[in-house]
Design a protein around this ligand. Structure first.
Ligand SMILES: [Zn+2]
Length: 127
């Protein structure tokens, strides 16, 4: 698969973005926060991500190492993208927030976030 263009947003639409990404790299993670949020990850370089609206609507939640910046819409609470711990120079887009994507039709890689250090050392499946 090649990169495709997707429009994404939070639930209320205050936060909107455009991303160019290859859905073949989408992944789920079993860490404490991803499990509860149900995020489907798609990590892209900043050049492939454009925040169209809502920068001032974003609040940030941090925990643990504090490296990941879990940004979410302060109105609707949806985390449509954020800065991931595994690659803080990139953007982690929540595939569930992309228009026209059926998450259940994707073959999702699995990241063992419960054993984060080992999983990240293997750079699986983010790269
Ligand atoms: Zn919102």
């Amino acid at each position: 698969m090649a990169k495709q263009r997707f429009a994404g947003s939070c639930h209320c639409g205050r936060v909107r973005f455009i991303v160019h990404a290859d859905l073949a790299t989408a992944a789920v993670c079993n860490c404490s926060i991803c499990t509860k949020k149900g995020i489907v990850h798609l990590i892209v370089p900043p050049a492939d991500f454009e925040l169209v609206a809502g920068r001032e609507e974003l609040a940030t939640y941090r925990f643990g190492t504090g490296i990941a910046q879990h940004q979410f819409c302060r109105t609707c609470g949806v985390q449509s993208f954020y800065i991931p711990r595994s690659d803080p120079n990139s953007i982690d887009v929540n595939v569930r927030c992309l228009e026209g994507v059926d998450v259940h039709g994707l073959e999702l890689a699995r990241f063992d976030g419960q054993n984060w250090e080992e999983a990240n050392a293997g750079r699986v499946p983010w790269r």
